[in-house]
Design a protein around this ligand. Structure first.
Ligand SMILES: Nc1nc2c(c(=O)[nH]1)N[C@H]1C(S)=C(S)[C@@H](COP(=O)(O)O)O[C@H]1N2
Ligand SMILES: [Mo]
Length: 374
């Protein structure tokens, strides 16, 4: 029997996440999470907009069942005019659409050594969708922000226990981020009503930030005069080396490029087999500090790098297409890699930058291929 975590309650110390023993295989618990929270298959990088069923998913607890007819959004806290809004009220407001790339902060976690135990992402915890809804900033201004306001807290309808702490999923944003004109309360994804797994009936979209900021199944917006200290803010989503240090908060997405694995795969190993002759390598690259300024490809395991051709993004915080013509010198085994650099001059590391929660691992993608004989 597996241990049921003891709820210690908010404010009490949480249990540290376990780190796998050297060489320890993926556990059943990680497999259970991985099959609930699926990745985007990398061939879906071919689509500028990720079809909804191929977009990655990350759901900490259960998908809540919310009846859109009875669902309400409470906007309160340090405001002059608290509001209770139904879906009809929100849909009657100005509507905006943004194409936004979302990436889970834990993307790449399962490649770390030693492996922090949590959702074991390889590199597919990413997707791009067209989100439609009403901008948050005008709503906050109408509510009348108190002078003392410092953060805005977003609360979902989903409830669970995490590392011993019972909680409802909640995350805050600094006031300046919450007041950005492109932060949306979205009820529509790729032109269709938001599906249950992506936060129906309403979610927050914070272009450029890692996934955890985009609170799904939104039920509350609370203006705060003190920084939020809930689990998902001050315990989780921190860059830490030791369990007992406060760590740095995770905010914007780091640069990353991924390629569509070329050729065709072996079912079990996923090793790639390519026909002889020229290969067109394609993929997408993104950063929470856009634009991506360069994408480089290596076809010799990182020995040398060539600039790929980079195309335009469909929106400020959406991924950019890239391509590179590769002429393999002959049949044999090749190790392909790709890396991006962003507007801040940040470059993807070839090796890992380990941290305790397995966050923000944007080490370069490695794709091994066999070019076969004619
Ligand atoms: N209410 C709520 N919002 C949430 C989550 C959650 O578990 N509950 N997961 C977050 C995380 S960690 C990520 S990466 C994104 C994933 O969004 P998606 O499943 O729509 O791709 O949602 C975020 N919003
Ligand atoms: Mo995430």
């Amino acid at each position: 029997m597996s241990a049921i975590p003891v709820a210690t309650g908010p404010g009490l110390p949480s249990l540290p996440a376990r780190i796998a023993e050297p060489g320890e295989a993926i556990t059943l618990e990680e497999l259970r999470l991985a099959s609930r929270n699926h990745a985007m298959p990398l061939e879906a990088l071919r689509h500028e907009l990720t079809p909804v069923g191929l977009h990655y998913l990350l759901i900490h607890y259960d998908i809540p069942e919310l009846d859109p007819a009875h669902w309400r959004l409470m906007l309160g806290g340090a405001v002059e005019h608290p509001m209770v809004l139904g879906l009809g009220d929100l849909r009657a407001r100005p509507r905006v659409t943004h194409t936004v790339t979302l990436e889970c902060a834990g993307n790449g976690r399962a490649q770390l050594e030693p492996r922090p135990l949590s959702q074991p992402w390889l590199d597919g915890g990413v997707g791009t969708a067209e989100w439609t809804g009403t901008p948050l900033a005008p709503l906050l201004r109408e509510a009348g922000l108190a002078d003392a306001a410092v953060e805005v807290l977003f609360t979902g309808a989903d409830h669970g226990v995490e590392r011993g702490v019972e909680q409802t999923f909640a995350r805050s944003l600094p006031l300046a981020e919450a007041l950005r004109e492109d932060v949306l309360l979205a009820d529509t994804m790729n032109g269709a009503p938001l599906p249950p797994q992506h936060g129906a009936p309403l979610r927050l979209v914070v272009p450029g930030w890692y996934g955890m900021a985009h609170v799904k199944w939104l039920t509350g917006i609370t203006v705060l005069t003190e920084p939020f200290t809930g689990f998902q803010q001050t315990t989780a989503y921190r860059l830490k080396q030791e369990a007992d240090e406060p760590g740095e908060p995770i905010t914007r997405i780091g640069p990353r490029a991924l390629m569509v694995p070329p050729g065709f795969p072996d079912f079990m190993s996923r090793a790639r087999i390519c026909e002889p002759g020229g290969q067109l390598l394609t993929g997408r690259a993104w950063s929470g500090r856009p634009p991506v300024t360069g994408v480089e490809v290596s076809t010799d395991g990182g020995g040398s790098w060539r600039q790929a051709s980079l195309g335009p993004a469909p929106d400020e915080y959406a991924w950019q297409p890239w391509h590179h013509h590769w002429q393999p010198p002959g049949p044999g085994e090749y190790r392909l890699m790709v890396r991006a650099t962003d507007a801040d001059g940040r470059e993807q590391p070839v090796g890992q930058a380990w941290n305790r929660q397995g966050m923000v691992n944007n080490a370069v993608q490695v794709v091994d291929v066999v070019v076969r004989e004619r």
